[in-house]
Design a protein around this ligand. Sequence first.
Ligand SMILES: NC(=O)c1ccc[n+]([C@@H]2O[C@H](COP(=O)([O-])OP(=O)(O)OC[C@H]3O[C@@H](n4cnc5c(N)ncnc54)[C@H](OP(=O)(O)O)[C@@H]3O)[C@@H](O)[C@H]2O)c1
Length: 383
Amino acid sequence: MPARKKPAEEPRIDPDFDRRMMAAALRLGRRNLGWTGKNPAVGCIIVRTDGDTPVVVGRGWTAPGGRPHAEREALDMAGEAAKGATAYVTLEPCAHRQKGGSCSAALVEAGVARVVGAMADPDPRTAGKGYAALEKAGIAVTDGVLAAEAALAHSGHIARITKGRPHVTLKLAISADGMIGKREGERMMITGKQTFDAVQRMRTEFDTIMVGIGTVLVDDPRLTVRLPGLEGRSPARVILDANARLPLTSKLIAEVGVAPLLVFVTPAADPDKVVALAESGAKVFEVPPGPGGLDLGEVLAVLAEEGYQRVFAEGGAEVASSLMQGGLLDEVYLFRAPVVVGPDGVRALGGMALSAIARSPRFRLIESAAVGEDMMRRYVRAA
Ligand SMILES: NC(=O)c1ccc[n+]([C@@H]2O[C@H](COP(=O)([O-])OP(=O)(O)OC[C@H]3O[C@@H](n4cnc5c(N)ncnc54)[C@H](OP(=O)(O)O)[C@@H]3O)[C@@H](O)[C@H]2O)c1
């Protein structure tokens, strides 16, 4: 067994400083969350301490499409200054060969003295091997810094690798009387302008938005990002439409070129309608039927195979209910608004009390904030 190289100089360890740097690396990684294809959205910061003052010499985050990786970007920025420095990485550096070599090999080659990671990569091509390669080369490794925050940031990557499906986040806006919209007629805005903008920004961090055909038929939504400067960040639109009822006159079809449109149907759907949807530019997938319409486990498996990691489920009530009952919800954003819809409304979660989420031991409240006149609460599935 080859002898381990000794680190050039023993790096000083300050756990509080490590946490601050990892928090900054997590913020960098978030820049391309939802846009890194099959790769995780990682952040990396390289810090040198010559004398008493630490200096950031390299910063990187996974590029759109997944390459270059964050470490490569940060090392390129640091150049020679990486020698003897500490690299903060939000996920274990990859160990598998790729174009230009693995990130663990690049960190060794650059001569960093220490690597601080937030969590091991569950991808079997790396899992533990990235850290092992660093240690073998004499680099000091600290793992587990802000691990819970990193697990949330990489939830899409983790779900895809460990469950064979994307991470699923449900967003619902609920009126004061527990409704999410009107059953028929005009589309009804439940929440205010600030929540609308917040949801538009949230969309940019997902690679898919998913809704049921019921929502499409009532709201005729566009499901795109229209915030100035972010128009190019619209996720793929996923429509659950067992019977291929999506109207060819819908805005989704009219704007099929803006972002991919994926329509899921069952084999029982009218073949003429399926052909018409495909000819209009939609990508149509056949999956078996399941409770409520389609087998949602199959839908999510297909999305994972297509390389999607993060689903933003925007309703409606039936879809929310199916996801909840199928145990497929990982995260929930509830926006409670002061408006009253009245008796002709659609009850949230198909009659299932939303407070069930708040009471459920399966979910943990991790954030709450006022958004204009609305109140946002964010829940994540307890491990
Ligand atoms: N406040 C909010 O946040 C919010 C968000 C979205 C929508 N909305 C409102 O919600 C209302 C529409 O909600 P909705 O409950 O009637 O419809 P929905 O949940 O949007 O769509 C339900 C339909 O989706 C199809 N589907 C396919 N597979 C399914 C599955 N496994 N589980 C459930 N549905 C599946 C079914 O039709 P097929 O069998 O034909 O496929 C089903 O009837 C509208 O009023 C809309 O404005 C509110």
